[in-house]
Design a binder for this molecule. Sequence first.
Ligand SMILES: [Zn+2]
Ligand SMILES: [Zn+2]
Length: 282
Amino acid sequence: MPATRAHTQVVLLGTGTPNPDPDRAGPSVAVIVGDAAYIVDFGPGVVRRAEAAFRKGITALEVTKLTTAFATHLHSDHTVGLADLIFTPWTYGRREPLQLFGPRGIKSMAAHIEKAYGEDVAIRLHGGEPSNPTGYRVVAHEIKPGVVFKSGSVTVKAFEVNHGAWKHAFGYRFETDSRTVVVSGDCAPSNAVIENCNGCDVLIHEVYSDEGFKKRPPEWQAYHSRFHTSARQLAELAKKAKPQLLILYHQLFWGTSEEDLLKEVRSGYDGRVESGHDLDVY
Ligand SMILES: [Zn+2]
Ligand SMILES: [Zn+2]
């Protein structure tokens, strides 16, 4: 790789689900390109996980450098960290507003959060606390499929995925001059993931265990099969998407071990696959 190319890394900030697993923060992936960090989703714990990664040496995840974030969809497990992402870096010294990209509704969500914390902002700005007047602001962009962001060697493309009743749920494809990284977001098997990966370097995909699924009540089985992707379905998808590396995240185990979840995927797919954990770096 020529030295002039920006190094691209993937850092899993949170690999969890709506379930409050203390070992897995809410869903959040950081794509690092050189000294810039791009956050995809912001579940609970996002800023503390970023600080943990920073302390492990990922300097782009310094909290005051968290200035760009992309929401896949508005499910709360992916977005309850938004207030954290707006205010914690600000109180820590961030001066730049947060550039926030996401589906229709993200503007309203950001505006309501800003309003909800109005008293906090007023005290920090005018109550004698050292602060800056810009870092708590949000510039929200409601996006459509296609290229939604470009900066230097980084291009970010959003694509629609099938996430049950959600009208707008996106996956994201990051192209840099050294790697292509695709994040599925939450989805049932979606051709758009196959098309947008298409031999990509890294595919980060949600998954649930087929064995665990059998133990779920019928109403939940009906939900999961409409909204999410099983291990065997993911194996089929990966055969067509052909990623160099498939990373499982947002894993719903339902009592199945991590090893057995990997076996479920590997029984139908012989490419490289890893089950992600918080703070894993690829
Ligand atoms: Zn989710
Ligand atoms: Zn969801």
